[in-house]
Design a protein around this ligand. Structure first.
Ligand code: ZN
Ligand code: ZN
Ligand code: FE
Length: 764
């Protein structure tokens, strides 16, 4: 008996070859009907015998699911038969209703396209913009949804006969691939000198750009989400020149190469990393550096990990085919400004940095940085979430009653929109203190609100009254404005990511967050749900002198910690050489000590980040954070494997009822061992182990008091692989359920999602 079903599918089902997949499957099973994109996702009307109808759903959600699609829900309801229907067809997109369907992510070139690009008989032979339904740009070229060619930056290229034929042929891999193009009808590349004068066109660009790179020149290369600054990573002078010109003195550069075999000369790549590097998301993966690694010293100093990616755009592949080995591929911008993606702007801003521009005329509507991933206990964790992951939402367990904009934190900013059951977190925006980044922030909020048709009625921001993101939120016309404590937002972000309801023990190891008492919090044990939180424990506060400089100059937190142990002016520290080794200028040390005593321009803090800075300085690793978390990262890279010892610490209930972690014994231990030169090589590991033990004890005490057995981990220090990995293991051994960030970074990039989740819950 013939039936007709209406099947509604939501999730990542647009721009991923979903409709063609549906058509092929329906025709195979001899079913009739139609499929169309709508604003909720995809709707299929399907008519036939009950058995093939059921098989259809099974296969579409299983073996025949298009590779890039993600199905969130699939609901089938019976509907009335249509007589005389003989075909299965695609309907045109309907642009009405609630905008809810997902814009797909930008995806690395697929194996099929690579084969065609290498085939001299193919009409896209060596064409740098080859793509298909399974690969190519998406989010970076979309202006508005639904995702159809006229709504992308490809609108101005009209398809030639051959491309149009493939685009319209349901049996073709390029059926409805919106950016489809070829050398006849699509975008082109060209090469210019630093002033924008043309050096070469099309094919010639690749040879000439590669020659320049081999000669040690710096080339700005326009890719998928913006410009990269590229330089030969084996050429010390060239890499140093890039550092000088870009005003980036210390931060390690990311690297690109075109094969795993080449990559393995520089870093250790295991099977898991191989899979991730070759995935459609194709992120930068942080990998352990090989002992004999022939890279230029200036690429990453003595860091023991390197950030590597494989060529992900076809034009990268063509460039490397000209005999390139390995390139530094760093974001095309000045120091920490937003990534540049516009040709004119690139010429204007980058001409002082580069020797040549590798340009193309496929406009990038949204700049998207490379994403960064590392592995903690074999689980891939995002450190920067942008290309390949943007704009996949985090799902809410319950739809939000009102649309929400969460403004995030000021450092490593992201913002987040809440609509229906989606938390749409922006890509990495950056540090809002930079005027260019702040403008980019405003533009991005505007863009994403339009793209997802969000008109926020609730604004949520950080408690910090000095944050630009908070002030922006206050100034925004909205029905409701609320603020959320920074570390509660950290834990709420983990809860949202794992769709966990109810209270957990939240362990936060963070740099800086505004506390309820107006001091700076950072090392916190919270009892938290999306509804409320309580400060169960925290690091015993120490005094930090010098405002903003305190997070750059390690001597400041160090003197704060030391004076807790050795008294004002370090009167009880007999041998002060340990301090003067870090800050040789006695007057400076004295001045900071006086500041600490008088309390002038000082703040109390429980920051774990600053403890890492101080300990790194104490161990002679460095004095200054030239980029965010430089000292903690260097300290982590000095951890020796196989060390299980710990140093002393104290944990006690304070008068206010909180359980305080007292690190004075640890500081005392470190100073003594350094002075006696006892096993100093083991100290970085011992320091980490001590904190792991202390955080575990917090969780155990919190479990005793509350009966809770689930622990959530967040905060910038959780980006420390050794610390987060060891802590997770210790908690698992103690039979806790452990929730860690995976799709969001543990640093302040997750704050906006936590804020949004809390706001949605408060709306009921
Ligand atoms: Zn492809
Ligand atoms: Zn064409
Ligand atoms: Fe934070």
């Amino acid at each position: 008996m013939t039936e007709r079903w209406c099947i509604k599918i939501s999730g990542r089902v647009q721009g991923v070859g979903f409709r063609p997949g549906v058509v092929r499957l329906a025709r195979q099973l001899q079913l009739t009907g139609n499929v169309c994109n709508d604003l909720q996702g995809v709707t299929i009307e399907l008519q036939g015998e009950p058995q093939p109808l059921a098989v259809f759903i099974d296969r579409l959600c299983g073996v025949d699911k298009p590779p890039l699609a993600e199905i969130q829900s699939c609901q089938a309801t019976p509907t009335s038969l249509i007589s005389g229907e003989s075909q299965f067809l695609i309907c045109h997109s309907q642009d009405y209703g609630v905008l809810q369907s997902e814009v797909a992510v930008d995806t690395a070139v697929c194996p099929d396209c690579l084969v065609e690009m290498a085939d001299p008989m193919n009409f896209r032979y060596q064409y740098p913009f080859i793509n298909c339904t399974n690969c190519g740009p998406r989010y970076s070229i979309v202006k508005t949804i639904p995702y159809d060619r006229p709504n992308t930056t490809m609108a101005r290229f009209s398809m030639c006969r051959r491309c149009a034929g493939q685009y319209g042929d349901v049996g073709d891999r390029r059926f409805h691939a919106q950016p489809v193009a070829c050398p006849t009808c699509g975008p082109q590349v060209w090469l210019t000198d630093a002033r924008g004068e043309r050096l070469a066109n099309e094919g010639g660009c690749f040879t000439q750009a590669a020659t320049l790179l081999k000669e040690g020149k710096i080339v700005a290369i326009k890719g998928i989400g913006g410009f990269h600054l590229a330089v030969n990573a084996l050429d010390e002078t060239a890499v140093q020149r890039l550092r000088q010109r870009k005003h980036r003195d210390h931060k390690p550069f990311a690297l690109m190469t075109d094969s795993l075999a080449k990559m393995k000369r520089f870093v250790e790549v295991d099977a898991q990393a191989e899979a991730l590097l070759q995935s459609p998301e194709s992120p930068i993966v942080l990998l352990p550096r090989r002992r004999a690694c022939p890279l230029a010293e200036a690429v990453a100093g003595d860091m023991n990990t390197l950030g590597f990616m494989l060529c992900y755009a076809p034009l990268h592949v063509l460039l490397f085919a000209e005999g390139l080995e390995v390139l530094v591929m760093t974001s095309g911008n000045m120091s920490d400004e937003p990534l540049i993606c516009d040709n004119e702007l690139a010429l204007d801003k980058l001409s002082g940095i580069v020797d040549a521009f590798f340009m193309h005329d496929r406009d990038i509507h949204r700049q998207v940085d490379d994403s960064i991933v590392h592995f903690v206990n074999d689980v891939p964790i995002l450190l920067r979430r942008s290309r390949g992951y943007m704009p996949s939402p985090v799902r809410l367990a319950q739809s939000t009653a009102k649309m929400v904009l969460a403004t995030g934190a000021d450092l490593k900013n992201t913002f987040c929109l809440a609509k229906d059951d989606q938390l749409i977190c922006s890509e990495h925006i950056g540090d809002l203190a930079d005027a260019e980044v702040y403008r980019h922030y405003l533009r991005s909020i505007d863009h994403l609100c339009k793209l997802f048709e969000v008109d926020p009625v609730v604004i949520v921001a950080d408690d910090h009254p000095g944050y630009l993101s908070t002030q922006y939120g206050q100034g925004h016309r909205a029905e409701t404005f609320l603020t959320v404590q920074h570390h509660w937002a950290h834990i709420a972000a983990v809860l949202a990511e794992h769709q966990v309801d109810g209270a957990v023990i939240g362990l936060v190891a963070d740099g800086t967050g505004y506390g309820l008492d107006g001091t700076i919090w950072g090392g916190e044990c919270l009892i938290a749900s999306l509804e409320e939180f309580e400060r169960f424990g925290h690091l015993r506060p120490f005094t930090l002198a010098g405002g903003d400089r305190a997070s750059k100059e390690a001597i400041r937190p160090l003197l704060g910690l030391l004076s807790q142990v050795y008294g004002a002016n370090l009167n009880n520290l007999s041998d002060k050489s340990i301090v003067f080794r870090i800050e040789p200028d006695e007057a400076t040390v004295e001045m900071i000590c006086q500041q600490l005593t008088s309390g002038l321009n000082c703040v109390a803090t429980s920051s774990v980040g600053r403890v890492f800075d101080a300990v790194a300085a104490l161990l002679g690793i460095g004095k200054q954070n030239y980029f965010d978390a430089q000292l903690p990262m260097t300290l982590e890279s000095r951890v020796v494997t196989g060390c299980h010892e710990i140093l002393s610490y104290d944990m006690q209930e304070a008068i206010d009822g909180t359980v305080q972690l007292d690190l004075r014994p640890l500081i005392h231990d470190l100073v003594t061992k350094i002075q006696k030169k006892q096993n100093v090589r083991q100290l970085p590991a011992q320091f980490h182990n001590t904190l792991v033990k202390a955080f575990l004890q917090w969780a155990l005490l919190a479990r005793e008091r509350t009966g809770l057995r689930t622990v959530a981990l967040s905060g910038g220090v959780m980006c420390n692989r050794y610390f987060a990995g060891r802590l997770q293991q210790a908690l698992l051994e103690a039979e806790f359920t452990v929730l860690m960030h995976q799709r969001l970074p543990a640093n302040d990039g997750c704050i906006s999602v936590g804020q949004a989740a809390i706001a949605c819950r408060s709306l009921g």
